[in-house]
Write a protein that binds this ligand. Structure first.
Ligand SMILES: [Zn+2]
Length: 133
């Protein structure tokens, strides 16, 4: 069941709300940027995400094909979400589930995790090794 969560970066300059069903699944990817940030995400479509505060606090990092905007707080450095566009999803947000302030530890612990082999551009399948992600 979708729930409305409030999320933020560490310092609180960036605050957002989103509708997500954690039981529908989350994902972790082994691509160069996700692995260094240990980014654990859930996807929200654009109409299920609202930036509440902190537009000016966000810095936008892109690399490679520039397809995904990796947004981070220029004050505390946390990446509460990224955003992008895919044909199947339209505009979407990749929310850092550990930045959801009102997600209970049990909800996070029980959320299914799908692993993506982004390092080899095979997001549809898991990498051979997932234990470090
Ligand atoms: Zn911050």
């Amino acid at each position: 069941m979708k729930k409305t969560y409030k999320g933020s970066c560490h310092c609180g300059a960036v605050r957002f709300e989103c509708e997500i069903d954690l039981a529908e699944g989350t994902s972790k990817c082994n691509c160069s940027v996700c692995v260094k940030g240990r980014f654990w995400k859930a996807i929200a479509k654009a109409d299920a995400f609202r930036l509440v505060h902190g537009k000016d606090a966000l810095s936008d990092y892109t690399f490679g094909r520039q397809a995904i905007h990796h947004l981070f707080c220029r004050r505390c450095g946390l990446k509460p979400f990224g955003r992008g566009h895919m044909d199947e999803l339209g505009d979407f947000y990749a929310v850092n589930v550990l930045c959801l302030d009102d997600a209970a530890a049990e909800e996070l612990a029980e959320a299914p995790v799908r692993y993506e082999d982004g390092r080899n551009n095979h997001w549809e399948s898991p990498p051979a090794e997932t234990r470090y992600l």
